[in-house]
Every structure is written in C-alpha cells, then in structure tokens.
Design a protein around this ligand. Structure first.
Ligand code: ATP
Length: 265
C-alpha cells in the first residue's frame, strides 16, 4: 500500500488513530485500528483485550475529473454506510455495525468481524473455512455453516436487499460459543432491490465462487446453501412460497445464460 495513501488517511483520522493496512481492493483500502472514534471505553473488552475496528477508505481516482470524483466518492461511501445501517435493523441478519462515516473523505468505520482460523488456515472467511475442511469436506460443521450462509442470503433477499458481490471472501465467520455464524461484509455494490434478476444474480455469483474454488464438493455445498436460502422463504407461508418460486426460476435462467456465455467464449 502506498505511503501517500496512508499519509492521506492519517490526515483525516489524526495521528491519534493508529492504523494497520490489511487489504487493497479495486475500490478501497482497508485498515484496522484499535481506536473507537467517539467511545474511548470501547477500545478494550472487559477482559482488557484490545478491540479491533475496520476503516475502509476510498481514495480519489486520479483519472477522474476532481469534481466528478468527489461526487462519486461521496455517493458510494454514503450508499455503503446507509445500506449497512439499514441492514443492522433487520432481525436475524448478520452484518458488521456501522460506527462512523466521513462521506466527503471517503472513510467508513465499521465493526471488525472474524478471527484467525486454527492451525494457520488464515482469516475466518468462508473460503478459508472450506479449505480448512478439505480433508473432511462433508463434516457436519461445514453443512451447518453453509446452511446458515443460505439463511443469511435468504433473509437479505426476503427483505428486498441484494449484495452485488457475493464471493466466499465476503462471507466472514464469527465464532460464538463454539458455533460459527456467517456475516455478510462489503456492501460496496449492495442495493435495495425487489428485482428477482438481482437476487438470481447474487445466488449465481456465489454458486460460481463455490464451484471455482471447491469444485469437487461444490454440488453438495451449493445444495446446503440453497436449503438454508429456501428455509427463510418457506417460513413465510404462501407468499413466501410464491416469491421463492420466482427467485429460483430466475436463478436457473441466470445460470443458463452464464452457461451459454461460457460455451460461446
Ligand atoms: N467488517 C470487517 N471485519 C473484518 N474484516 C473485514 C471487514 N471488512 C473488510 N474486511 C477485510 O478487508 C477485505 C476487503 O474489504 P472489502 O471487501 O469491504 O473491500 P473492497 O475494496 O470492496 O475489496 P474487493 O475489491 O477485494 O472486493 C475483506 O476481504 C476482509 O478481509
């Protein structure tokens, strides 16, 4: 990560907020910090363990006209913050809490989710979790997690929101009393949407992500995800059943379009 970017973020946050770079994506630079922006007592747990927070920063893009760039940065930062804040209100849905945002400078402060997996298997996103079980792929722990992943997507879609970039890295597992709970992160492309097309595409993107990284076990894995997804709609009576039929129909159409496209090259 460039020194220039880090220095820029430090000017926005002040030197009192130490940051550690952890990721550089297409859109944003991501840092961790132990400092809460407005609640000093939230910097440590009751057991005196430092609490981690995420700071996501969208830097200016030099190839864009400065005024268009400012508008876009403000729009995208605000959009991600708004959707996170709204999703936190949905009962049962797991997303990191929004702590603060500085839309003009492109910074969002959010709750840190996840931990390191045992035996150096890396950060606890779904991708690494599935790799961790590669020698025992149909373990009940895997089935439980994938069902819950499906439930989370079902809840998101049932409430008419779409993620827009459902990869196995954007599903982070948080451990609670020995059980793993999936959280959805990165709502940079998220939106409120009633469209079955957007929902079908979300399901297809995740299905492809599972196939591309865990191809041998992908059929079972995708089946478990879909079971969890369906369970949310099925719990909503007749209306849920009808909506589920519509989403699954479109998902199958999206999948077919994807196949045709890859056959044609
Ligand atoms: N709330 C969070 N808790 C823990 N880690 C996080 C959190 N948010 C982001 N991360 C880490 O930072 C990485 C990048 O974050 P995010 O996906 O939001 O940024 P991005 O720029 O959109 O990334 P990309 O372009 O790779 O999709 C994530 O894959 C994850 O490892």
């Amino acid at each position: 990560m460039s020194k220039e970017v880090i220095e820029q973020v430090v000017t926005y946050l002040t030197p009192n907020v130490p940051i550690v770079p952890i990721s550089q994506g297409a859109e944003a630079f991501v840092f961790t910090t132990n400092v809460h922006p407005y609640n000093a007592s939230a910097c440590k747990t009751a057991g005196d363990i430092p609490v981690k927070y995420i700071i996501k920063y969208r830097p200016p893009k030099k190839y864009r006209h400065p005024s268009i760039d400012k508008t876009l940065t403000k729009h995208r930062t605000l959009s991600e913050s708004r959707i996170l804040a709204k999703l936190s209100q949905v009962p049962g849905l797991h997303v990191p809490k929004l702590i603060a945002c500085d839309v003009y400078n492109g910074c969002i402060w959010i709750e840190f989710i996840g931990e390191d997996l045992p035996e150096s298997h890396g950060f606890s996103n779904l991708k690494n979790f599935l790799w961790m079980y590669k020698t025992d792929p149909y373990n009940i722990a895997v089935e439980k997690v994938l069902f819950k992943v499906g439930e989370q997507i079902g809840l998101l879609h049932w409430n008419d929101y779409c993620h827009g970039d459902l990869t196995t890295s954007n599903l982070v597992l948080h451990q609670e009393n020995g059980d793993w709970s999936p959280y959805l992160i990165d709502f940079g492309l998220g939106s409120a949407s009633t469209l079955v097309e957007d929902k079908g595409v979300d399901l297809y993107v995740l299905e492809r992500a599972i196939i591309s990284t865990h191809s041998k076990f992908a059929d079972k894995y995708n089946e478990w995800i879909l079971m969890g997804f369906k369970s949310v709609y099925e719990n909503e009576g007749k209306k849920g059943q009808q909506k589920l039929k519509d989403v699954i129909k479109r998902f199958e159409e999206v999948r077919l379009r994807g196949r045709k496209r890859s056959m044609l090259g």
